[in-house]
Design a protein around this ligand. Structure first.
Ligand code: AMP
Length: 160
């Protein structure tokens, strides 16, 4: 499976933007992507899917339906993930309860700062982190190293 496109030097020099929208246009690929993200969770209980703005919302919503879990859309502060590490988890809605088993979902992991912030927010809310799943991993940046040590991490596509 492939069909993401890439845009060198966007939105700033040195960043290669990986665009998942071509994949969304192909129903079979989109379906396959969601299935492959969901498969490792088969047989595991997930109460909430915490989906990260904005492309994480797309996969997060699909996974929440597939896993019969609630959906918590988590917004980034500042909108430029490579410049900010803060997330606003709409905790004012009391979205995650103590003991909830939470799966974090995003389209892509780069430096890992975003999912690290998400993992912290889950922990602060008293949730139990069931795992982190992303469609794309930029492996040379080793973002997975920023996740808590014992947390399960799954990815479908890998780019350097
Ligand atoms: P990071 O916190 O560095 O792991 O960045 C991950 C978040 O930023 C995800 O929500 C991605 O959607 C977005 N992102 C970071 N780098 C890229 C990239 N090269 N292409 C597309 N999205 C990216």
């Amino acid at each position: 499976m492939c069909h993401t496109s890439h845009w060198p030097d966007f939105p700033s020099p040195g960043i290669v933007f990986r665009d998942i929208t071509p994949l969304l246009l192909e129903p079979q690929l989109f379906h396959q992507a969601v299935e492959r993200m969901a498969r490792p969770l088969d047989g595991r209980e997930v109460d909430k899917v915490l989906a990260i703005e904005s492309r994480g919302f797309i996969f997060g919503a699909a996974l929440a339906l597939r896993l019969r879990a609630g959906l918590v859309p988590a917004r980034k502060v500042g909108k430029l993930p490579w410049k900010t590490r803060r997330l606003d988890y709409t905790l004012e809605y009391d979205a995650i309860h103590r003991g909830d088993r939470v799966l974090i979902v995003d389209d892509l992991i780069a430096t890992g700062g975003t999912v690290q912030a998400a993992a912290r927010a889950v922990e602060e809310a008293g949730g139990a982190l069931e795992g982190v799943t992303v469609l794309i991993e930029l492996s040379e940046l080793d973002g997975r190293a920023r996740l808590p040590e014992d947390v399960d991490f799954w990815t479908v596509l890998e780019y350097p």
